[in-house]
Design a protein around this ligand. Sequence first.
Ligand SMILES: [Zn+2]
Length: 200
Amino acid sequence: MKPYPIPRGSSPLLSRVDTTDPVVFITIDDGLVRDPRVAQLLADHGATATLFLNSGPIRLDPGYFVPFLWIGGSINTHTSHHPHLRGLDFNAQRKEICAVVQQIDKVYGGNGGYFRPPYGEWDRTTLAAAASCGVRAVLLWKETMADGQIRTQGSKPIQPGDIVLLHFRTDLYDNLTALFAQLDLQGLSVARLEDYLPAA
Ligand SMILES: [Zn+2]
């Protein structure tokens, strides 16, 4: 593994962005089911997405994710093997996180610079390991979508600044369609997460 400089400290952890702009952020994880209509659907709604991928889908089908870059999206690490990170030692966590950072650099010529821990599970070691891989922020989420339904935390509706989690699964197209309908009702649009987070 190519050595990265190890910065001191920890990557910050965020599940929403502090903004009053009427925007939310779409994130899509894993990469297992790759529906060819998804990047176009985002583009048709003037939207983009921040992707968090494991190494397998990038290796198997690198070209699938390129159109997401064309529409302003970014590709970021979600670990090589999707483990439960909590409790693993620094080197084990670092290896899982950094390996995909390097893979993305190699395949796409640049990495988005963010990290999402599998299952949203993390500990203090995770934040230090992420920082050591050059990760600028560890991103969780406020809403998830499954079977065309938005699941918010508690009873609150989707709020400006929220990060929405979706997955590359068979229901992704329908989930995005339902999400866009809800955002229209609330007068919200989708912004590019990178425009609201600290740059490299
Ligand atoms: Zn995942």
